[in-house]
Design a protein around this ligand. Structure first.
Ligand SMILES: *Cc1c(COP(=O)(O)O)cnc(C)c1O
Length: 428
């Protein structure tokens, strides 16, 4: 379509970059159809949960103060429990982000003397301070909770032999991160996570298995809670907020675990009964409703980016053809300049703040400078088109999101345009 090509040109995409992108997209039709099929299934799952829990207009009412009998909040927690097939859930604007949700789930269910085990290698950067791997005020370590970690085997799979040895009488909770986060290991499929949980439970049936589900929601037709996880934890400014939730986190799981979380979030004795939803409920419901489709757009963007940069010879994780278990795409540029040019392209394609130029900075919770590109409607939202990269070897950029596939496509083409302009990539 000539007009579309002209429109891209006006936005700053050269003819050669556009043509390169079109050639790649043509080859992805079948992949994209599979992504749409998963979205269709998950959309139906969400609608069914909302119908069964009798979501009504009254659920969107403003609740303030203590928030006793907040219908919208309580019904939404039933909807989440239904979607994740769990006994209960906690879905709150008072859970400020993913790290907070994870810290809450851990600190609520661990007691002094207990041990936390990560059988899948190093957890997400910000959890290092939560756990106390890096010294930090208020860490689990300060409360006498010890930590043990079993690294993945060189091929990225679980080291079952060492995991078996690491499970002791002290082991109370096992944490498994579905997505790669800021690492270059593969992300785990829900099936793989299920196998690991079965293994752990066979050795110690009463151990709590928690999954950091960030970026994984609705990528597959099943969730970790369908394969034995006692708690799944995530952020509402990622997948399940559908781009509309302005804040929030969720924990879905066993009654006992969720009760512990509620007492820790508010107060012993109060638990789930308090915590007014302050008018955010419509966005939480509507965001969850849109989430399966939004996630499908983000996935298409990730697949498109993988195929573009793979074609250009950069290591990409996952690669252009392998199956997807989260919405993150890593591209290794090998130089800080590559990471910076990529992020500046993503920023330049944004609907918001497209005129600002992102630069690396020392962000709290991370151990190196990080560059972040996000022209988002919700600050820091990473279900919206965003990219970030720690400025350290292997100089990989982690790219995710896009509320629509077309925006993701523009962002990726713009990133390529910036790399071409910086002389870091040659297309012919
Ligand atoms: C984003 C993320 C977190 C932390 O979430 P924040 O909302 O950034 O605090 C934790 N784990 C994984 C795997 C993530 O992707």
């Amino acid at each position: 379509m000539l007009e579309t090509k002209e429109q891209y040109k006006q936005l700053g995409i050269s003819e050669e970059v556009y043509a390169f992108g079109e050639k790649i997209e043509q080859k992805l039709k079948e992949r994209f159809q599979k992504v749409d099929e998963v979205a269709e299934f998950n959309q139906l799952k969400v609608i069914q949960a909302m119908q069964e829990r009798r979501v009504s207009e009254a659920c969107f009412n403003y609740a303030s103060g203590y928030g006793y009998n907040d219908l919208g909040r309580d019904t939404l927690e039933e909807v989440y429990a239904s979607v994740f097939h769990t006994e209960a859930s906690l879905v709150r604007p008072q859970i400020t982000c993913g790290t907070h949700a994870l810290a809450l789930a851990l600190s609520a269910n661990l007691r002094p003397g207990d041990e936390l085990l990560s059988p899948a290698g190093k957890p997400y950067d910000t959890l290092e301070e939560v756990i106390g791997i890096r010294e930090s005020k208020g860490s689990l370590a300060e409360y006498g909770i010890s930590y043990r970690q079993v690294d993945l085997l060189p091929n990225g799979t679980f080291d079952y032999e060492k995991i078996e040895k690491a499970i002791t009488e002290k082991t109370k909770l096992v944490t498994i991160q579905r997505s790669k986060g800021y690492q270059t290991r593969p992300s785990f499929s829900v099936t793989q996570i299920g196998e690991l949980i079965s293994f752990v439970k066979k050795i110690k049936p009463d151990v709590i298995c928690m999954v950091d589900n960030c970026y994984g929601e609705f990528v597959e037709t099943i969730e970790p809670s369908d394969v034995g996880a006692d708690m799944v934890v995530g952020s509402l400014i990622k997948n399940p907020g559908g781009g509309l939730a302005p804040i929030g986190g969720y924990i879905a799981g066993k009654n006992e675990c969720i009760e512990n979380c509620a007492y820790r979030l508010t107060s012993p004795g109060l638990g789930k009964e308090v915590g007014a939803s302050l008018g955010v409920m419509q966005s939480f419901y509507q965001g969850l409703f849109l989430s399966p489709t939004v996630v499908s757009g983000a996935l298409k963007g990730a697949i498109f980016a993988a195929n573009i940069y793979e074609q250009l010879g950069f290591p990409v994780i996952p690669n252009g053809s392998e199956s997807r278990h989260d919405i993150i795409q890593a591209v290794e540029f090998g130089t800080p300049e590559g990471v910076i040019a990529f992020c500046q392209g993503i920023q330049a394609a944004a609907p918001v703040d497209s005129y600002v130029t992102p630069e690396p900075w020392a962000m709290p919770g991370y151990d190196s400078d990080v560059i972040m590109a996000a022209g988002a409607f919700v600050q820091g939202s990473s279900i919206e088109l965003s990219a970030d990269g720690p400025i350290k070897p292997p100089y990989a950029v982690y790219f995710q999101g896009g509320l629509t596939w077309t925006h993701a496509k523009l962002g990726i083409l713009m990133s390529l345009e910036k790399l071409v302009q910086a002389g870091l990539v040659k297309l012919s």
